[in-house]
Design a protein around this ligand. Structure first.
Ligand code: A2P
Length: 314
């Protein structure tokens, strides 16, 4: 497990992701315990995933079994959902996440989406969308860090422009921007912007989230990636993970299968050649999650188009 330098504590490059639409708590708990046994130290959750409680139980179990000596050896990321993306709701929301996880602090807390929803129930299908008070919400995120509820703070699904705006008033700059990133959505401009500003980019769905309702098989079935994998004696998933690492990003990847969990860690003792990277660069780009559901022309969303939501980075 290698380190990047986000936040006060170094962040393990490879996180085990816990977003799934057919989440089986027992399967998740077993997979997390197995992952810790295999050497995973970073776990990525969010209040909306419904996985915080199970992850918390798995961490407790791992500590009981002595798989890690203390909680400090783990890096835990969670995210603020849109209904709580209001200045007064941030601290209660992170406290609720900590309660779900049975933890005293997070290592990283992210604003999940650059949009707010009416305060109230935690629901995935967003209605009553409204513009976020970025300044007020970020000040509350900073406060959560100052209070020790999280070691570092960041954002998710933010364009370069939205981060640029955040940086004009932030006292604590975001340490991470977690975004869709795979060989099919390479985000070069955003990565360059984040690098120039000392922000670590974390990839979600690096394998195309195959098996999820929002996922695609384009990535794992890509001929270009299959050819590279075959030539290197690796799997397409390993090629994707290695590619993310080699372009300087970190990632959240999930598997509930022990062999694949193990396989996904075996990406640090070999490399893709310049030629491989050039071939991957040529892959036609297609964003998997444009989130048309978050835009509307009738005033029911602050964003009128996906171009506006992503500030043209689409
Ligand atoms: P499984 O749990 O059966 O291993 P993403 O991280 O992009 O969201 O993708 C996760 C999906 O990719 C899961 O459905 C997972 O299925 C699958 N997956 C994870 N690792 C591998 C791998 N090494 N080879 C093939 N599929 C994988």
């Amino acid at each position: 497990v290698l380190d990047s330098s986000a936040g006060p504590k170094s962040m393990p490059v490879l996180a085990f992701g816990t977003a799934a639409d057919n989440l089986q708590p027992d399967t998740l708990k077993m997979a997390v315990v197995e992952a810790i046994k295999l050497g995973y130290r970073h776990f990525d959750t969010a209040s909306i995933y419904g996985s915080e409680q199970t992850l918390g139980e798995a961490i407790k179990e791992a500590l009981k079994l002595g798989l890690v000596d203390s909680r400090d050896q783990l890096f835990i990321t969670s995210k603020l959902w849109c209904n709580d993306a209001h200045p007064d709701h941030v601290i209660p929301a992170i406290k609720k996440s900590l309660q779900n996880l049975q933890l005293e602090y997070l290592d990283l807390y992210l604003i999940h989406w650059p949009i707010s929803a009416k305060p109230g129930e935690l629901v995935l299908q967003l209605v009553d969308l409204m513009p976020m008070d970025f300044k007020g919400v970020w000040a509350a995120m900073e406060e959560s860090q100052r209070l020790g509820l999280t070691k570092s703070i960041g954002v998710s699904n933010f364009s370069s422009k939205k981060i640029e705006n955040l940086l004009t008033f932030a006292s604590i700059p975001p340490s991470v921007n977690q975004v869709e990133l795979s060989p099919f959505w390479q985000q070069k401009k955003l990565r360059d912007f984040c690098k120039d500003n000392g922000i670590v980019v974390t990839a979600f769905s690096p394998l195309g989230a195959i098996g999820s309702s929002w996922g695609t098989n384009h990535v794992l079935e890509s001929k270009v990636l299959q050819d590279i994998a075959e030539a290197r004696g690796k799997t397409v998933a390993q090629v994707c993970i290695r590619w993310v690492y080699q372009i300087g990003a970190t990632l959240a990847v999930k598997s509930y299968n022990k062999e694949r969990l193990k396989q996904n860690l075996q990406v640090f003792d070999w490399e893709l050649s310049e030629d491989d990277l050039a071939k991957i660069n040529q892959i036609p780009q297609k964003k998997m999650l444009p989130r048309e559901d978050l835009v509307a022309t009738d005033g029911s969303s602050p964003y009128k188009s996906v171009e506006e939501l992503w500030d043209g980075e689409i």
